[in-house]
Design a protein around this ligand. Structure first.
Ligand code: DQA
Length: 154
């Protein structure tokens, strides 16, 4: 039976927030040397192995991220989200994620709990099923594995 996305494969929206477009050159000691394109390629390969379809989106704009989350409703089965700086500030993005029916995995490249106190609070965590942080770009593919497992085993 086909899923709402028109394929046989569960679909996942992978959403990245402000400044993550500059990964690779942005504070590499904190965020690593991989670019967002590298992460997208790794996610694509991982999704193929897991039998998932992915949509990979990045924006520097809160409203555009909210639009992506709203448009994901009824269309994709799970969300991986690194809301970057908006993690710590955006009630509106949290509200959009709260309206999404499927599982949500929050990802951060850095360990936000080893950093400045203002990074220790996450609005996204309040609506996420799970959180992966501090494992670098690997966090994105680990999140896909977690979602695939949830889709398979509930
Ligand atoms: C981040 C952590 C946030 O505190 C920061 O504002 C980012 C990236 C991470 O992936 O480690 O932009 O989400």
């Amino acid at each position: 039976m086909a899923l709402p996305n028109g394929t046989q494969r569960p679909a996942v929206l992978i959403l990245s927030g402000p400044n993550l477009n500059l990964l690779g050159t942005r504070e590499p000691a904190t965020y690593g040397h991989r670019t967002l394109a590298d992460i997208e390629a790794a996610c694509q390969g991982c999704a193929e192995t897991l039998g998932l379809a992915i949509e990979f989106r990045q924006s520097n704009h809160e409203g555009i991220l909210i639009d992506h989350v709203q448009q994901a409703r009824g269309r994709v089965q799970g969300i991986v989200v690194n809301a970057a700086g908006l993690t710590h500030t955006s009630v509106a993005l949290m509200d959009a994620l709260a309206m999404f029916d499927g599982p949500i995995i929050e990802v951060h490249l850095s360990n936000i709990y080893r950093r400045e106190p203002f990074r220790h609070h996450s609005y996204v965590s309040l609506v996420a099923n799970g959180v992966i942080c501090g494992l670098g770009s690997q966090g994105y593919t680990l999140a896909l594995r977690a979602l695939a497992d949830m889709f398979e085993h509930g």
